[in-house]
Design a protein around this ligand. Structure first.
Ligand code: 5GP
Ligand code: MG
Ligand code: MG
Length: 177
């Protein structure tokens, strides 16, 4: 069990299962990008641990950068990304692999994709550790998916609840009360 602020979480995906699956995804990327030099674009903060563990398993030549997405604060969480922060590299003509922690409604990743495409990269692929197919509101092709999960709130291994709970090796799911 894991307590974060007022919520209780129970074990969901353990460290070894995560690491094995990440090694498989890296293997696919090594194969798909053989002879190319992709730019790995990790999305902070949630994907920091996933990006690091993925990188450790990449054997191809690759570069790495991190971005943050900024959205205007509104009354409801619209998921509207207005800006990508931190991308100082020229991406025109590059093969990009965006690394995300989780795709829920898909609104974030769709906007990130659109904003990156405007900079004319050669290609943009998405690698997400977690995917909630039942929550997806907008069709989006995800090239690399770690785990498709139920529409439940998860924390750990980079994912937070109100800023906390990112610093665990395992992923936990909100306990049903
Ligand atoms: P979207 O709904 O736009 O696909 O996801 C937006 C963001 O919501 C994700 O990048 C992630 O930060 C957060 N999010 C979505 N589902 C979860 C979840 O189950 N747990 C946590 N900790 N964050 C989530
Ligand atoms: Mg994210
Ligand atoms: Mg969050």
């Amino acid at each position: 069990m894991l307590t974060v602020l007022d919520k209780t979480f129970v074990p969901f995906i353990d460290h070894e299962t995560l690491q094995n699956r990440i090694a498989e995804l890296a293997h696919q990327i090594n194969r798909d990008y053989a002879g190319r030099r992709p730019l790995i674009v990790g999305v902070l903060n949630g994907a920091v641990l996933f990006t690091a563990d993925l990188l450790k398993n990449l054997t191809i030549d690759c570069e790495i950068t991190f971005i943050r997405v900024a959205s205007y604060e509104q009354t409801a969480s619209t998921g509207q990304v207005k800006q990508i922060l931190g991308l100082t590299e020229a991406v025109e003509g590059r093969d990009l692999i965006v690394v995300e922690d989780i795709v829920d409604t898909g609104l974030t990743i769709v906007e990130v994709y659109r904003l990156l495409m405007a900079q004319k990269p050669a290609s943009v692929a998405i690698a997400t550790l977690l995917f909630k197919p039942a929550a997806l509101q907008t069709p989006m092709h995800l090239e690399y998916i770690g785990f498709s999960i139920e529409n439940k709130f998860v924390v750990g291994y980079g994912l937070d609840y109100n800023g906390l709970g990112r610093n665990t090796k395992d992923i936990y799911v909100l306990k049903e009360s």
